[in-house]
Design a protein around this ligand. Structure first.
Ligand SMILES: Nc1ncnc2c1ncn2[C@@H]1O[C@H](COP(=O)(O)OP(=O)(O)OP(=O)(O)O)[C@@H](O)[C@H]1O
Ligand SMILES: [Mg+2]
Length: 360
């Protein structure tokens, strides 16, 4: 039973008990008085019964009114008690959605003030902690950036003189090149994520022709020869978006197809299934597909699907899809993963974006 129902029940039962006791006492006293005075005043039995009947009727009416008043008071009081709780629940929901500057309004009720103050205090600390964590990731990435650039430049010099190295040195250099590249991309991803956390992301909007843009992004990706299918209805579709970030979205999905999806990808551009004002960019592969229970989780930070380690694709940090989701959200769109629809094995990542020129 909820708090509201409990308060209501208390009021109703209380008023019932009160009016029941009053009913019993008033009726018994009246009857005793009348019976005592029956002889003295010479009241007839019929008159006494009639009087008792009208007293009983009045008492029943009074009981009903008392219970109704009790019910109304119960409703008003339960509303008053529950309102601050509903306020706290709404605030907690807003905080969970990332609005960390949400606070409860102070009240003039001293009992509630203690709750309000400790709630606001807790949120202030949480906000401070989250901001400190975000700053930490950003500071660390910044600090790592310059030595990493020096390292990358030195490695480049060594690569240009690779032939002069002995065979074992060449193998070590290759490992170093791969690791420096991986490290650089991890630091860049961390910096980008911390920009989102700090709310310091500035979107640079351009008017993009979706078909052309996707073609360029795929050609610049690690699977540049991937087939691209543009739906007839989307040849003239445009959208307003951040070219660099949307290109990263396509590049990350293609990288994933290469590393986790069997090594090949095909890209489709088509109108969204249920909306004329949205366009889909779909990246499909022919790998094992994403395990059902993973389809949401893989978009979380540092989350790597159960298959990743099995397939030996150990390079990733698990930030790629988290960034894809942030970039797509920044554009007011959404992204999700599912199995291929043609019955073949493989994953299908769908990016849904608002388009300006709706497909005809
Ligand atoms: N096309 C795909 N097919 C099957 N599993 C995939 C596919 N794409 C991603 N995954 C799973 O989702 C996980 C998370 O992907 P995400 O891109 O975020 O990280 P990553 O590729 O492991 O590392 P990073 O992208 O940071 O280098 C992967 O580890 C993999 O298990
Ligand atoms: Mg990835």
């Amino acid at each position: 039973m909820g708090v509201r129902s409990r308060i209501l029940a208390t009021f109703v039962v209380g008023s019932l008990l009160l009016s029941g006791v009053l009913f019993f006492l008033t009726f018994t006293l009246t009857r005793t008085n009348l019976r005592e005075q029956e002889g003295e005043l010479g009241l007839s039995n019929d008159l006494i019964n009639e009087t008792l009947n009208s007293v009983r009727a009045s008492l029943i009416l009074a009981t009903i009114i008392t219970v109704l008043v009790g019910l109304m008071l119960g409703i008003v009081s339960s509303e008053r008690v529950v309102r601050p709780l509903a306020g706290a629940a709404n605030a907690a929901r807003a905080i969970a959605d990332g609005r960390l500057d949400t606070r409860l309004e102070p009240t003039d009720d001293p009992d509630l003030n203690a709750l309000t103050e400790s709630f606001n205090d807790m949120v202030a600390r949480l906000q401070d902690r989250v901001e400190r964590d975000a700053r930490f990731a950003s500071d660390v990435s910044h600090e790592l950036r310059s030595p990493l650039m020096t390292l990358a430049a030195s490695v480049e010099v060594m690569v240009s003189r690779r032939d002069e190295l002995p065979e074992r040195g060449q193998a070590a250099l290759d490992l170093l090149v791969a690791d420096v590249a991986r490290f650089s991309s991890l630091v860049e991803d961390l910096l980008e994520i911390s920009r989102y956390d700090a709310g310091a992301v500035r979107i640079m909007r351009d008017q993009l022709r979706v078909a052309e843009f996707v073609e360029q992004a795929v050609r610049a990706s690690t699977l540049a020869r991937s087939p691209i299918h543009i739906d007839q209805r989307c040849t003239t579709t445009t959208l307003s978006g951040d070219r660099r970030r949307l290109a990263r979205v396509v590049a990350n999905l293609i990288d994933n197809a290469r590393l986790h999806g069997g090594g090949s990808a095909s890209v489709h551009v088509c109108p969204a299934a249920d909306s004329n004002s949205h366009v889909w960019i779909v990246v499909e592969d022919a790998g094992e597909g994403v395990v059902d229970t993973d389809t949401d989780r893989i978009f979380e930070r540092f989350s790597r699907g159960v298959g990743a380690s099995k397939r030996g694709a150990s390079e990733g940090a698990g930030l790629g899809l988290a960034l894809v989701r942030e970039h797509v959200r920044l554009h007011g769109g959404r992204v999700w993963a599912e199995s291929r629809r043609d019955g073949e094995s493989g994953a299908r990542f769908i990016v849904e974006l608002v388009c300006e020129t709706a497909a005809p």
